[in-house]
Design a binder for this molecule. Structure first.
Ligand SMILES: Cc1cc2nc3c(=O)[nH]c(=O)nc-3n(C[C@H](O)[C@H](O)[C@H](O)COP(=O)(O)OP(=O)(O)OC[C@H]3O[C@@H](n4cnc5c(N)ncnc54)[C@H](O)[C@@H]3O)c2cc1C
Length: 468
């Protein structure tokens, strides 16, 4: 089906303003530009016709009823930190920015839960619940992201080895359907076998099924100590081979990250962040937390044994907070360093974690054959490796001509490893064409039927995940 969307006219803008209030609707040029893109590297910006900043769920319902009546596309937006153009308004229309719906309604310390609005940033959420010794344990690379965006993309991040991803912390949702109807799914309980799980259906749906206006989150307790190891290896294979053995230990680290030398160097060049042993080929960062420091030391000594067997060059346990911070900062600056360096693409494939080493080697083989460069970093502990094709030593136009062929081969390879196109960033605009390489036809058809069941006129975030 090819959907035709209307554009906002002066008359329609007046109608919208009279329905939800003048102040919530903006058509200012600079704002239009700011809301035309996210943080993705290669996606062209698209201007919305208007930006609406709802104050509550009733505003959201009114906007969706209006949009349905006039066939206007609506693109929900959190903080715009997404990496696939998920909040880019492909068909113009309305960007529904949730930034003003950022309240915390309740922090329930007995049940370890919080009830929040979607526009709240992850940083602010942790500040608020941190006062009670609690945390939202999903730690993504850009904590200015909103919790609504994290829910909509099922964000993952560095702590997934122990804590899983966003969906594992969402117990219930308030969401507005494209008809304007408000639904409540799940609740403040940890078990539920009452029909289909609509909460988890909306989590990760990238704004294509409903607009999330409220979230009930499961929180975790802040533990007393958080420590890390930075372990250099002379080659990538040794580093990745140590991962499955570390994961077999009794203690589960919160994160187990892999990073290549060339990326460490990019970060140093872009931000001046220098880490020790930087001339080695690959590094593991093992992060753990515990109330007992002795338990941490015991775990570290087991990790050391494993890594030494895999020819680790050193075993660096930064003692002071500033040294720890520097290593984590280096890891967090990977994406911004690529942004500063030049044209690059971002691949967020996930494969069974025992296959990570071979997968990376196969990818590098494909890249070498095509005379291209692909650097690897990311969440080795959960099989979610970020691959970065980078334009080096050739004009951008030449590189862009070769890129689609490289991407095709990498995603096909991922399919052959029984992996998935995206482990945590979502599909958005730029990964749509790869989804059939790792998902079967029946599942895709079912997803499209589900889309129409939620949103019969397909006004919600059209053009994302798949074409209808
Ligand atoms: C430097 C950097 C590091 C990153 N590191 C990680 C990482 O480690 N792990 C990870 O998973 N991601 C990471 N990301 C990607 C990004 O931060 C996440 O995808 C984040 O969840 C997006 O949140 P947002 O509020 O910015 O959403 P946006 O970019 O605004 O939107 C993302 C998607 O969510 C939808 N959406 C937003 N709010 C709502 C709502 N209320 N209702 C319905 N749909 C909605 C949008 O339509 C869009 O499809 C990183 C990004 C950057 C720039």
């Amino acid at each position: 089906m090819t959907q035709k969307y209307s554009r906002m006219t002066e008359v329609l803008i007046r109608e919208l303003k009279s329905s939800i209030g003048e102040k919530s609707v903006s058509v200012k040029d600079h704002e239009i530009e700011n809301y035309s893109h996210d943080e993705s590297s290669l996606i062209e910006p698209c201007n919305p016709d208007v930006i609406v900043k709802p104050l509550n769920r009733n505003d959201v319902a009114a906007v969706l009823k209006f949009a349905g009546k006039h066939s206007i596309a609506v693109t929900p937006r959190g903080a715009g930190t997404g990496l696939n153009g998920g909040c880019v308004p492909l068909y113009g229309g309305i960007v529904l920015s949730m930034e003003k719906m950022n309240r915390v309604h309740e922090i329930d310390t007995d049940n370890f839960m919080a009830s929040v609005e979607p526009g709240l940033s992850l940083t602010q959420l942790n500040l608020d619940v941190g006062q009670y010794g609690l945390k939202f344990p999903v730690q993504i690379g850009d904590m200015s992201a909103s919790i609504g965006g994290a829910v909509a993309t099922n964000a993952g991040g560095m702590n997934a080895v122990k804590y899983g991803v966003t969906r594992h912390h969402v117990l219930g949702l308030e969401a507005v359907l494209s008809s304007g109807e408000i639904i409540q799914t799940g609740g403040k309980f940890v078990k539920c076998s009452t029909g289909y799980d609509l909460t988890q259906c909306i989590v990760g749906s990238e704004g294509t099924l409903a607009v999330v206006t409220g979230i009930i989150l499961k929180l975790a307790r802040i533990l007393k100590y958080k420590e890390l190891l930075f372990i250099p290896f002379t080659n990538l294979q040794d580093a990745v081979d140590a991962v499955p053995e570390i994961l077999k230990l009794n203690t589960i680290p919160i994160g187990l990250e892999l990073i290549e030398r060339d990326i460490v160097k990019l970060v140093e060049k872009a931000f001046g962040i220098e880490v020790p042993y930087k001339d080695n080929e690959a590094f593991l960062i093992v992060i753990t937390e515990n109330d007992s420091f002795d338990d941490i030391l015991r775990f570290f000594s087991q990790v050391e044994d494993i890594c030494r067997r895999h020819d680790a060059v050193e075993f660096f346990a930064p003692g002071d907070e500033s040294a720890k911070k520097k290593i984590l900062e280096m890891r967090e600056k990977v994406y911004p360093a690529f942004q500063k360096t030049g044209p690059f693409a971002e691949i967020d494939t996930v494969v069974p974690r025992s296959k990570v080493a071979q997968f990376i080697y196969d990818v590098k083989g494909i890249a070498a054959r095509m005379d291209m460069s692909v650097l690897a970093s990311g969440h080795a502990g959960d099989g979610n490796i970020h691959l970065h094709p980078l334009c080096v030593n050739e004009p951008k136009q030449e590189w862009l001509k070769k890129l689609p062929g490289l991407m095709d081969e990498i995603y096909r390879l991922c399919g052959s490893y029984h992996g998935a196109v995206s482990g945590e960033h979502g599909i958005g605009l730029d990964k749509k064409r790869f989804v059939p390489m790792t998902a079967d036809r029946g599942s895709l058809e079912l997803m499209k039927k589900l889309k129409y069941a939620f949103d019969p006129d397909a006004i919600l975030n059209p053009g994302k995940i798949f074409d209808l």
